[in-house]
Design a protein around this ligand. Structure first.
Ligand code: FA5
Length: 347
């Protein structure tokens, strides 16, 4: 038995030397000192030995147990240190490496364009007024001289929010910023007005390279005692030259909007070909920049202003389309498809 113990000790110490990882150590401990380990088995069997052998074998077995435990603790510490050193080396922190740059954001091209437009009109004395996105049928159409069933309503395909049949004035997503005209007039009467109304508009229409179903407009409204068409044309010309370039020429064409009389559309000479004709202007030499006109007497009185004493002009500019012209962007869908490669060009 004593011989068996000596052999066990030699073998155990040898195999402990070979343990490289904490898992190896664990296995070793179970094999010799665990509940089912070889040494534990011998210690348990001491009771069944002849009485004269018991003290000697018991004592020797306990000595070996203490030595193996001490050897195990020392080896475990060594393995832990090695493992730590290996981990530190693998995950070494190189403090001389350059840091990862933290990119700073910038304004979206639409926001930038809106701010350019605000700045130009601010110099001409226009204040910014924000109206609401969700409007009533009455504000979006009725009070703008388009009673129910007026054919001009077909000019704007509408996203309805409430049932048309069950509401006196159903809700909708505004199809243009023009309902803001009524809201400002009702709020400001009897003062003269000079405001721009920026905002998002919604149209239930096909998305194409030129048309989105959500886009921005900037409405302009001036109401005073002696406002004329000349003021409107002067204002649009001043805007076009500031926004598109000082050399721009303006062309005015007759048009139709139910809420202005007379109605016009303003074009600029093509910024790419200067009027000679090219792909951008579809070989006409001109690009449309705004719908406009003198505020219709019905609309003035719906806003609370007596059309015999007051007159006014209004215009509606897009925002994305002017930006497309200015920066040579040929697809409006790029604005809101969140492709950073596109957006970063306008930082
Ligand atoms: C209007 O919406 C009128 N309310 C403008 C107006 C205001 C006329 C005041 C008279 C007085 P129109 O539907 O043409 O007009 O739209 C005006 C501008 O909005 C267009 O010139 C264009 O720049 C922009 N726009 C219209 N539809 C879209 C669309 N689907 N996607 C992008 N921009 C659009």
């Amino acid at each position: 038995m004593l011989e068996q113990l000596a052999q066990l000790e030699t073998e155990a110490l040898q195999s402990l030397e070979e343990a490289r990882t904490l898992e190896d150590l664990d296995r070793w401990y179970h094999a010799y000192l665990g509940r089912k380990g070889a040494l534990t088995a011998i210690l348990r069997s001491v009771g069944s030995l002849p009485p004269e052998e018991r003290p000697v074998v018991g004592q020797r077995a306990n000595e070996i147990k203490q030595r193996l435990e001490a050897a195990y603790n020392a080896r475990a510490e060594g393995v832990r240190q090695d493992q730590l050193a290996r981990e530190l080396e693998a995950g070494a922190l190189d403090v001389t490496l350059p840091g990862r740059p933290v990119g700073s954001g910038h304004l979206h091209i639409t926001t930038r364009t809106l701010r350019q437009i605000y700045a130009i009109f601010a110099e001409m004395g226009f204040q910014v007024y924000e109206a609401r996105d969700v409007e009533t049928d009455e504000m979006n159409f009725g009070l703008l001289n388009m009673p129910p069933h007026h054919p001009a309503r077909e000019m704007w395909d509408t996203f309805w929010i409430s049932e048309r049949a069950t509401h006196a004035s159903p809700l909708l997503l505004r199809t243009h910023t023009s309902p803001g005209q009524i809201r400002v007039m009702r709020e400001r009467y009897p003062e003269p007005i000079r405001v721009i109304l920026p905002g998002k508009c919604y149209r239930y229409e096909q998305i194409t390279a030129r048309s989105e179903h959500q886009f921005f407009q900037v409405e302009g409204l001036a109401v005073g005692r002696r406002i004329t068409m000349t003021d409107l044309i002067g204002t649009l010309t001043a805007f076009a030259r500031r926004f598109y370039g000082a050399e721009r020429r303006i062309r005015i064409r007759g048009s139709y909007f139910p809420f202005t009389e007379p109605s016009i559309e303003a074009d600029i000479d093509c910024i790419l070909c200067g009027g000679k004709g090219c792909r951008v202007c579809k070989y006409s030499g001109w690009l449309e920049i705004a719908g406009a006109g003198m505020v219709h007497p019905v609309v003035l009185s719906n806003g609370g202003y007596n059309p015999d004493e007051w007159s006014g002009f209004a215009f509606g500019l897009g925002v994305e389309r002017p930006a497309m012209l200015k920066y040579g962007i040929d697809d409006i869908r790029l604005f809101y498809s969140n492709d950073l490669r596109f957006l970063r060009q306008f930082g």
